[in-house]
Design a protein around this ligand. Sequence first.
Ligand SMILES: Nc1nc2c(ncn2[C@@H]2O[C@H](COP(=O)(O)OP(=O)(O)OP(=O)(O)O)[C@@H](O)[C@H]2O)c(=O)[nH]1
Ligand SMILES: [Mg+2]
Length: 460
Amino acid sequence: MTNQKSMIAQNDDTICALATPSGTGGIGVIRISGPEAFVVADRISARRGSKKCADSAGHTLHRADIIEASGEVIDDVLQAVFHAPRSYTGEDVVEISAHGGLVPLRRIIARLLESGARLARPGEFTQRAFLSGKMDLAQAEAVGDIIAAQTEQAHRQARRQSAGHLSRAVTDVRAIVLGVLAQIEASIDFPEDVGELDTDLCLQELARAHRQIETLLSTADRGILQREGAKVVLAGRPNVGKSSLLNALLQIDRAIVTPVPGTTRDVIEETLNLRGIPLRLSDTAGLRETTDEVERIGVARTRENLADADLVVLVLDAASGETPEDVELRAELAGYAPLIVWNKCDLLPPGQSLPMDEIAVSAAMRWNLPALEEALASRILGDSALTSDGAAVSHARHKYALESARAHLQDAIQTLEADLPADFVSIDVRGALESLGLVTGETATEDILAEIFSKFCIGK
Ligand SMILES: Nc1nc2c(ncn2[C@@H]2O[C@H](COP(=O)(O)OP(=O)(O)OP(=O)(O)O)[C@@H](O)[C@H]2O)c(=O)[nH]1
Ligand SMILES: [Mg+2]
């Protein structure tokens, strides 16, 4: 807490940044926040009869000209005025909607900088919203997730987190644990007044908190996948149809396909929405020994990609059957436990069959692709729980914090059961509270906050 307070103390300056993407657009919005927001906005504005920001009521919109020091009009804009604490950051805020051209926006920001504002750091508006108590840390992170969401499901999940579903679930658990801590401390400090610690009751309450954490953690794998997506690499020897398979799954003509083995030289990555999970699907150069310089680099890249894949798909050619090279590849990739896919099944010689547990498709004829998608989904999702409408954990950071809280609770339960002194239990219980506080931010250090907000873009 002291860390956060010291950061609040630094927020006596006024920041500004472009809040819309840099580039051309119908409108570009520049946000100003801080104690001098109104003064700075008024310094660079000429009015046509409308009030200055400083004299305006909150949540009102005003037309103004943004002017150079020389009096030259840079742009004709609308200014939205928000008074502290009823603004995004909790501070005085002005949002200038200007024409969305690179030059006018850059000139307006330059004017703001010479008139008393400084450029915001990445995520600084949201960081201020967190520090002024407009949202907790999990909600602040959800703001970034809403912007970055790649599928509707990921977006809904981020919305729920932003609305406070996860925060409430964690706060509920904290309340239970805090209740236990209060009893323990009372029994240590005022044994005459409160008598002996009611161990059974404490155990029940800690077990309840533990169960609630378990429920949250059961959503984590799916939640994290939904937000971050998974990397799937298509590998195999040249010409088996990896690029054709990528195109067929994406339903676009993305990668070059030719009958020439060694067509793909570089890694081609595209995102596919598989049941709400953003799959980053990589088509790679066919794996073989080669003297061709370009192809050799391509093969090296394939191997690098395999190393950080969440799932490797080994593509085989049903027309040729399994070749000695394929046998070698199977052995080489065994460590990745690849999903085996037989392509070109339209060319499967009559009378030949394929192993039952391996997927048979034809990229060219688009045969059996749903079965492939099904297999990809089941391999990636495993038995991770489907996220309901309730709270879900979607950040590894939250997962680790909850796992650590769970471990502390387990220790506390064991210590209580072993009838050890209450002081010992108190240490474990405090540890659990500390870990839970990391999710919502009460116990997050300045380093953690800096790390989280640095991943945001400027203007958010
Ligand atoms: N009959 C048939 N031909 C296919 C099928 N899939 C791919 N092909 C053909 O196989 C050849 C090679 O396909 P690609 O998709 O380029 O194969 P690749 O594995 O990406 O090859 P490299 O990039 O060289 O590693 C092309 O002529 C494709 O038209 C299929 O399902 N059936
Ligand atoms: Mg290819």
